[in-house]
Design a protein around this ligand. Sequence first.
Ligand code: HEC
Ligand code: HEC
Length: 290
Amino acid sequence: MPTKIEKDALTGTMTTGHEWDGLKELNTPLPKWWLYLFYATIAFSVVWVILYPAFPFKGWTGVTGWVAREAVMDDVNAANARMAPMMNRIREATPQQIAADPQLRSFAMAGGRIAFANNCAGCHGAGGQGAPGGFPSLADDDWIWGGTHDQIRATIAHGIRAGESDEERTSIMPRFVADGMLTLAQANDAAEFVLSLSGRATDQPAVERGRALYADNCASCHGDGGEGNRDVGAPRLNDRVWLNGSDKAAIARFIGAPRLGVMPSWGGRLDPATVNMLTVYVHALGGGEN
Ligand code: HEC
Ligand code: HEC
């Protein structure tokens, strides 16, 4: 309850006039150094508001006219202007020409690495090593659609099954069980035969039943011996590289209702020079073909 404001005998400090059960509150003043610092920050902020952008008003306030965003844009534009001659050469050249010219190649590898980290690593992994769930490695020599410069460029520029480009890579594998073309048991036999193509089959009678099913239903796309067919993006089945799981259950499930990979088309999103740099970069990751 409020009482008289008075000088506290023990500390020499004034009280606030509040008292609770005989306890009186002291009105200790702020330390001087703290108080002056506080005033200084207020003065500083006033100067700042006058000099620099603080409020959006017909553009920005601030008598100096300096805006951090514009300063960054100036830096970016200057950097782009410096790179423009190189970018123009890379835009005009084919990926083969870029790869054959040491100067263009090192520029493209540096730019390609950054563009890859920004646009591709989310699906294909930071080093292009691929990721589970149908995202292929780009660093090996196992290509679904082809590993020459031209083939890689076409894949990147037009995408895969995304419906974004007339020249996209596209094909379907039938949903054999879901659409009633094979029974579950037949899908299992076909899967066992697929395992035999990479020497992993354990059930010989099932392999024999699957062999005929494969010849009738699968060989047209995947090849008689599972060598694959890049024209239709049908992966090799006679190696140990798998997009969607390598065990029998995963393969049988895929035969029953395949989940087909989709990749956006980058031609409409990225500068053609960037697409060229990405092509050279991906080609050099480890599996590029001539
Ligand atoms: C949204 C995920 C996604 C992103 C982002 C993505 N990709 Fe892909 N990419 C895929 C999938 C899925 C496939 C496999 C498609 C298939 O099954 O045929 C693929 C396939 C490819 C292939 C063909 C591989 C082969 O074996 O023939 C290349 C080359 C490729 N991507 C390059 C790139 C580059 C370069 C970028 C960045 C500009 C990129 N991808 C970004 C999902 C993606
Ligand atoms: C019309 C062409 C076509 C036919 C017919 C076809 N496939 Fe495919 N198959 C594909 C394509 C395209 C893919 C790649 C899907 C992707 O890239 O996501 C594929 C992928 C696969 C895969 C996954 C490979 C991996 O790396 O994970 C398996 C397994 C497979 N097929 C088995 C079969 C079997 C068994 C049959 C016959 C019962 C069959 N396919 C018939 C086109 C075909």
